[in-house]
Design a protein around this ligand. Structure first.
Ligand SMILES: [Zn+2]
Length: 489
């Protein structure tokens, strides 16, 4: 068992009581600064329908045209995709013109959070519906234990044929994520390239769909590596995003760091593959944007093909990400992830489609990627999975939005966010994302809110683990080099 994971959450009753008392005194001084929970109501916002989560279920099931549950499910996870890089613009260019058009037929969960800031815990949260310490996958050094039920194993029990086409070597067969899949394929990078490209994944996935046994329901999972660093988009796509049109980070000339942390400068794995060895942060902002745009084209191609083949008539589609990315100095970090549980690294896109869904609905409630597992089961009309942390987003208005690294935990309540150290006796910190989305300043919080968040966090942390954490086995030289070039080691 991993020694880090053995450490227990340090926020005991004493620390919480002490903090609440200091919050009360602060509260008297600055009551006007306090914001309430962001109200979520049925209203029109920027031409889009914003709904209560519970209203989705009513809208989906109560319309004139009733739909039976879809047969199949296609899960698309995009590595390192920030929540603010969907349906947005950079340098006057749309980042995701294809997905923006498709989103008008889907449900957008605008405030979705990953359970962590690294790939393995982020993906494990999606596949298991469990928070990291419960699944045993708290960092990239952990494998997913074979005893933990996954979406794939559950669907295989229900008679589905399951296929996965993934691009991140952390998801290589043997690390546990392959459990429950009949076909599991890691797409290797081309010679001289740092990562496999989306076009190849789409090609392989379409090939599997053509060959699949059509008599059975299927689950297809794709995990793309764009826009994970190093950012190396095609030149024609990069040309759409001139770097001089991006706002400069705080310092134009950044440090080119010798390590991969991203703290205070450009990580080694980001600048090394770029011929110019640029230290201008705008170049990396442009490259990240272009990676997203390039991926968008491939996802559009995939969705058009699924529709042309009639698969969208009887399939659910879910798009999300394993975690976000710190860009231009977010909380002191550049072009990296796996650091702190700030919004830049945990806020991810989440789009859900199924025949009969409320098209163009936007859900503002905070939700978690652990909600994907129970929501997919509900959409498919399958029995719910007991003892998961996620909720069925079509039926429940409240989600537990908890995230975790080896060293830190966070929990959301409306616009409020609690962050606390796991291994160091540091007082819990509260942030109001409505006033301070970058989490620059700890905010005074109402005593009742502080107590509510602290109590809920202790309740969630008291749930029993489903498996111990298992450290990853030895890597050979080639595998180690591959992970180093992606900034993992
Ligand atoms: Zn990742």
């Amino acid at each position: 068992m991993d020694e880090f994971v053995m450490d227990e959450f340090m926020m005991d009753e004493f620390m919480m009581e002490e903090f609440v008392m200091s919050s009360v005194s602060l509260n008297r001084l600055s009551r006007n600064e306090l914001s309430e929970l962001v109200p979520v109501s049925k209203l029109r916002c920027a031409g889009l329908l914003v709904l209560l989560i519970g209203a989705l279920f009513v809208a989906a099931c109560g319309g004139a045209q009733r739909h039976s549950p879809p047969k199949n499910v296609i899960l698309i996870t995009v590595d390192t995709w920030r929540g603010d890089h969907l349906s947005a613009q950079r340098a006057g260019q749309a980042l995701t013109p294809e997905l923006t058009a498709w989103a008008s037929r889907m449900i957008l969960f605008a405030d979705a959070s990953s359970v962590g800031t690294q790939t393995s815990p982020g993906v494990a949260g999606i596949l298991t519906g469990l928070f990291p310490y419960r699944s045993g996958v708290v960092s990239n050094q952990h494998v997913l234990p074979a005893t933990v039920p996954t979406l794939a194993s559950k669907l295989r029990e229900a008679g589905f044929v399951n296929a996965a086409v993934v691009a991140n070597p952390l998801l290589r067969a043997g690390f546990g994520f392959e459990a429950g899949f009949d076909h599991y394929e890691l797409v290797e990078r081309a010679s001289g390239e740092p990562k496999a490209r989306a076009s190849e994944l789409v090609h392989r996935a379409l090939g599997w769909l053509d060959e699949r046994p059509t008599s059975r329901r299927f689950f297809l999972w794709l995990h793309f590596m764009e826009p994970h660093g190093p950012y190396v988009p095609p030149q024609d796509v990069l040309a759409l995003f001139p770097s001089e049109q991006f706002d400069a980070p705080r310092e134009l000339e950044l440090l080119a760091k010798g390590d991969n942390s991203g703290r205070g400068g450009i990580p080694h794995y980001q600048w090394k593959p770029i011929a110019s060895r640029s230290r201008d942060g705008r170049d990396y902002l442009a490259r990240y944007a272009a990676e997203v745009r390039d991926l968008d084209g491939e996802l559009g191609r995939l969705l058009v093909r699924l529709e042309r083949d009639g698969l969208l008539d009887d399939s659910a589609v879910v798009l999300s990400s394993d975690h976000g990315e710190a860009l231009a100095g977010d909380n002191g970090f550049y072009f990296s992830h796996g650091n702190e549980l700030t919004q830049d690294q945990v806020h991810v896109p989440l789009l859900v489609y199924y025949p009969g869904c409320t098209p163009g609905a936007v859900v503002a409630n905070p939700v978690s990627t652990v909600d994907i597992f129970p929501t997919v089961l509900a959409i498919l009309g399958l029995p719910e999975q007991r003892d998961v942390d996620g909720r069925n987003l079509l039926a429940e208005a409240e989600s537990d939005v908890m995230s975790e690294t080896l060293h830190e935990v966070s929990l959301r309540a409306g616009s409020w966010k609690l962050r606390a150290g796991k291994t160091a006796p540091r007082a819990p910190r509260f942030f109001d994302l409505a006033l301070d989305p970058r989490e620059d300043a700890v905010r005074p919080v109402a005593a009742e809110r502080a107590r509510e968040l602290g109590t809920r966090l202790r309740e969630l942390r008291a749930r029993p683990r489903q498996a111990p954490s298992i450290s990853r086995f030895h890597l050979d030289e080639e595998r180690r080099r591959e992970l180093e070039e992606l900034g993992y080691l």
